[in-house]
Design a protein around this ligand. Sequence first.
Ligand code: GLA
Length: 388
Amino acid sequence: MFEMKMSNSETVELFAERFGCKPEWLVQAPGRINLIGEHIDYLNGLVMPAAIDRYVRMAVRENGTERITVWSDGKSGSFGWQDLKPFKGADYWMNYIGGVVEMYRREGIEVRGFDAVITADLPVGAGLSSSAALETATAFAVETVAGVKVDPTRRAELCRAAEHEFAGVPCGIMDQIAVGFGQKDHALMVDCSDASISPVKIPAGISLLVSDTRVSHALGDGEYRKRSESCDEALLILEKPGWREVSREDLSKKESELGSSLFRRARHVISELNRVPAMKDALVKGDLESVSEIMKSGHESLRDDYEVSCRELDLLVKAAYEFGFENGRVGSRMTGGGFGGSTVTLVREDSAEALKAHLESRFRAEFGSEPNCFITPIADGASVNSIH
Ligand code: GLA
């Protein structure tokens, strides 16, 4: 989808090559991991993502026309904003751009034409929010060219609306908030009922290791939507206004009425809602054993109750726990939508390389292929800079 492994300056150079002049602005929007609170953002739950030091970059120049022209990884597209409709087939990737433009237009913002080159060193389709990064980069480009600034929470909502209506994924707000509000060295505890954010500092000496299985997930493939529909169905049976009002006792009382599948979906939601504040406490206290336990039970719940994991993710998590707490591993779990994608692992800094090598070798032995494992700082959210 993108020209891979590009830095800021390379993205600027690529723009000059494609369009024959220098860009005016360079936008960068990071990917994200999620430490805990999975598949509950669309249920007004609590989540704890963090932005990572891998980006979608967009070099931009106003073109004085009524069209937006984008070039990315050998593909290009051009569209005006009269009568914008979702893109299909090979142009599907353009939904993340066109959808955002349409939402800004509906917001009453006077969109102006621009040319853009998009690159990324953020793996695509790896559960690390490349879609939200591209949406947010587009939002910054639209705002900068139009000379307006939208409230950042509203910006996240407009990006999510683009994902719903154009990309066809009924996602929550977590990714767009993480990409927009990321804070260096902090995870963000987000209450998705009102998008309020409490930053949580990651204890000193702890590194973040991301392991991409390279099993490409496709959130649009229907399973994501099915999970969210099952939760709506379960909530009706539970006769509660929202998930935050459901207790474990309420759930047990309705076990037979729910049936095995809905019961387990609901059990994931309720247990995961409890894990997020517990994780915050554990991180604040520096209680790493609890962090380890919380991430482990979060993964098991996604694997067994919510059924969104896969063999490759399970193996990586199992291998991380084999490595041992006493050897520096803190916690590990799948991150993002699942059905492929990545795991996130917290590990003591001086053990990070050894754990990475262990995961790579266990994965290779089991599946005969290479995962993409990388250690990354926790980064700030999206930004735009003028090019001089
Ligand atoms: C995807 C969605 C998010 C969230 C996660 C699962 O990343 O875009 O809104 O639901 O899956 O936690």
